[in-house]
Design a binder for this molecule. Structure first.
Ligand SMILES: [Mg+2]
Length: 228
């Protein structure tokens, strides 16, 4: 088996490529909970970092017996509303995104997404952030509560799309939370942790990522270290 296939680079979205303003996101969700008469008082204080959309929305149904019908409704309402209301002013585009993507493109890497977002939400956020790169594929948090499933989903997609057998040690997950680091490690993939989200170097370091960076700049300096 040829284990030296091109590097597969998987970018997380929130906190990594962009950051959605909390003053947009939380009121959007509160409006949905109110309109669907979902009783979930803790929404504003719950941490969302690194969790899948499926997990987050499902957790709001704690007082409603985790009703599958209600889950369908909250999911479709969320997707309709984020698509129709998110604007560039609601989203901060993280710096050096183009620099990193260009570098990996020139390297001949396969560049995809590994994100807890539903695909529709991912597209809407990327569009608002004016990140118009066309990622080859995505492993999304649409049907999984557990982020640790996503790297395996990514390997399945790679198998479908490219003519090589995926070798996890040639995959790199770039993300901003301990959950990104953990899911990479559990799948035998490399992990690049960024402090551009809510977590400090110390917090990210506990999961022993291959490298911790303050931003995505100068990939030609740090990637050789990671890919060694
Ligand atoms: Mg993130």
């Amino acid at each position: 088996m040829d284990t030296k296939h091109p590097w597969v680079i998987l970018f997380d979205i929130d906190g990594t490529l962009l950051t959605v303003d909390r003053s947009f996101n939380r009121p959007l969700l509160r409006g949905i909970l109110n309109d669907l008469e979902i009783d979930y008082p803790n929404m504003e204080s719950d941490p969302f970092s690194g969790r899948t959309d499926h997990d987050i929305l499902f957790s709001f149904l704690a007082n409603h017996g985790y009703s599958p019908e209600l889950y369908k409704k909250i999911k479709s309402t969320y997707l309709e509303r984020i698509e129709s209301t998110i604007l560039p002013e609601h989203v901060f585009r993280q710096p050096f995104v183009d620099e990193a993507i260009n570098y990996f493109e020139q390297l001949g890497s396969c560049i995809g997404l590994l994100t807890g977002n539903y695909p529709t939400a991912a597209t809407a956020k990327l569009r608002a952030a004016k990140i118009d790169y066309s990622f080859s594929f995505g492993a999304f948090g649409e049907f999984h509560k557990d982020r640790n499933e996503l790297p395996f989903l990514a390997m399945d997609k790679v198998k479908e799309l490219f003519d090589f057998e995926p070798n996890p040690s040639r995959f790199v997950i770039i993300g901003d939370t301990p959950r990104d680091v953990e899911c990479a490690k559990k799948a035998g993939m490399k992990s690049v942790a960024l402090t551009t989200g809510k977590f400090t170097k110390e917090e990210l370091g506990k999961g022993t990522p291959d490298i911790i960076l303050d931003d995505l700049s100068k990939p030609e300096k740090w990637f050789p270290e990671v890919s060694n």
